[in-house]
Design a protein around this ligand. Structure first.
Ligand SMILES: Cc1cc2c(cc1C)[n+](S(=O)(=O)[O-])c1c(=O)[nH]c(=O)nc-1n2C[C@H](O)[C@H](O)[C@H](O)COP(=O)(O)O
Length: 495
């Protein structure tokens, strides 16, 4: 029976040399851990002697304390009856977010993915918005991901009976209603208290495939358990430097019915996402940054803080080992050249995701849609295209974007931020509505293009002669400009 501790007793331990926190009803002595906390000391001291559950949940997988700290840090359980009476004052930001939520548009007024982005920007706390919306460095690739689609024009055919259009398809042998999937995006609870389970529920009702992220806020089992009996889910894997941890996770994922293993290859470390990093500095006192800068890398945002485990030594030789520990089809996520797509096929992978991680990794990496045609040509040249599935993600915001990708040879497309924004603003209903909008837009484009089923969508339906002309002036993308925002540093430094 664990010791019951009153909130008053916990409140006494609020010094740097004696710091206790309450998380999920448990009391933890984090005095020793304080200087090594990747997220810095200030955030822990902000909640010293108090209940830190609300701040802890979105950033940390639920079992992270048990996985990384000694059981000795747990002093017992807090007296919940007394805890509920502790009044937590509303901060300025809490008030701003609450008012934005109370005044946000009705769900029916959301007509496209950018509408959700605009609402999410107003209702998300600044650390969540920074984390979701940031790209790396100058965010050129992040913007290029969507604007590259503007350099592809349609060649519509008419006088075709398009009364009945079928948007369904098969991805890795699983039927699905639309050639899209919800791609892996970490830390779902930054945007919604239920986290990735919200996406699971919407995927279930709309018959869309979900890729479960390694860095989910919800536990893997929570997400899988929330799925329906025949709902298709895939696992996105960040390979752990401790390969036993990865092996255990992969075997468990297979036993829970995952239908695909997507190994992320474009993140040997997480990118330089300055909006996210600024959030970190805001929480740090300058002296702590200088004093401890050697102990823990300080210029990191949320994701970087919890992604130190990612193995930068991952290489093609590892594919044989992965094939020895699982029967799941293996795909490499984050392929950015035709040469690497050919290597993935040669190493026995089932497919690839052409992706630059939503522009969050290497700035000036090409957009996936731009390299798709050359990848398909290279695979065909080497006779490696049969039974090898190529997906793309990055900047897909319209049904027309989905059509262009399918026309150039993609089996399906991954969509990230739009579903995060829909989840953060309107929960399950929001994600379901956005899935419905993508379905309607895609179906409409099929009709206008004179095709009634996915198999009939061909490369000669698009004109990609300008695809490489990066500096051709794109039509101004007012919708995304409305949603896009350069994060203003909130502190008064001369940044
Ligand atoms: C927006 C976003 C993307 C992340 C993502 C988190 C966010 C908030 N995270 S990250 O923290 O490590 O960068 C992941 C991740 O866990 N694993 C991964 O493979 N890709 C991650 N991605 C990349 C994602 O899977 C897609 O490649 C990208 O989102 C597609 O671009 P759009 O957002 O424009 O659709």
């Amino acid at each position: 029976m664990s010791v019951i501790i009153s909130p008053e007793e916990v409140a006494k331990h609020n010094k740097k040399d004696d710091v206790w926190l309450i998380i999920h009803g448990k009391v933890y002595d984090l005095t020793e851990f304080l200087p090594d906390h990747p997220g810095g000391q200030k955030i822990i001291m902000k909640y010293a002697g108090k209940d830190a559950t609300k701040a802890f949940e979105p950033i940390h997988p639920p079992d992270i304390i048990q996985r990384f700290l000694s059981p000795k840090v747990c002093m017992g359980s807090v007296d919940l009856a007394k805890l509920s009476k502790v009044v937590v004052e509303e901060t300025e930001e809490d008030k701003k977010v609450r008012l934005a939520r109370e005044n946000m548009p009705r769900l029916e007024e959301m007509y496209n993915s950018f509408d959700f982005e605009t609402v999410a920007r107003s209702v998300l706390k600044s650390d969540a918005w920074a984390y979701y919306s940031s790209g790396s460095d100058d965010e050129i690739t992040m913007r290029e991901n969507h604007s590259a689609f503007h350099r592809i024009w349609f060649r519509p055919r008419v006088m075709v009976n398009v009364k009945d259009v079928d948007t369904s398809t098969t991805m890795l042998g699983s039927r699905t209603s639309l050639p899209i999937y919800v791609t892996a995006t970490a830390l779902g609870k930054l945007g919604h208290p239920e986290g990735e389970v919200v996406l699971t529920k919407a995927c279930k009702s709309r018959d869309i495939i979900q890729m479960i992220p390694t860095l989910a806020s919800c536990s893997f089992d929570e997400i899988v358990t929330a799925a329906g009996p025949d709902q298709t889910q895939w696992l996105q894997l960040y390979v752990n430097s401790n390969r036993e941890v990865s092996e255990k996770f992969v075997r468990h994922a297979e036993s829970r019915g995952m239908k695909g293993l997507f190994i992320t290859a474009d993140a040997p470390q997480l990118g330089h996402r300055e909006k996210d990093m600024r959030q970190k500095y805001i929480q740090e006192e300058p002296d702590e940054i200088t004093r401890n800068s050697t102990a823990v890398v300080r210029d990191q945002g949320a994701a970087r803080a919890i992604s130190q485990f990612i193995d930068p030594s991952l290489c093609w030789d590892d594919i044989a080992w992965f094939k020895s520990i699982t029967k799941m089809p293996i795909l490499i996520k984050g392929i950015q050249t035709a040469e690497d797509a050919v290597l993935a096929a040669r190493h026995g992978c089932k497919g690839v995701v052409l992706s630059n991680h939503g522009g969050r990794q290497l700035d000036f990496a090409p957009s996936a849609i731009e390299i798709l045609a050359e990848v398909m040509e290279a695979l065909k040249r080497e006779n490696l295209d049969q039974g090898f599935e190529v997906y793309i993600d990055g900047g897909i915001r319209r049904g027309s974007d989905i059509f262009k990708a399918i026309a150039l040879g993609a089996t399906g497309v991954g969509i990230g931020r739009p579903f995060l924004y829909a989840m953060s603003s309107y929960g399950v209903e929001g994600v379901e509505r956005l899935m419905g909008l993508f379905q309607d837009e895609f179906e409409m484009v099929m009709r206008f293009m004179g095709v009634t089923k996915i198999a009939d969508i061909k490369p000669d339906m698009v004109d990609i002669r300008n695809i490489k002309d990066h500096f051709v002036s794109n039509p101004t993308d007012y919708l995304s400009k409305l949603a896009y925002e350069k994060m203003q540093p909130r502190h008064n430094s001369k940044l």
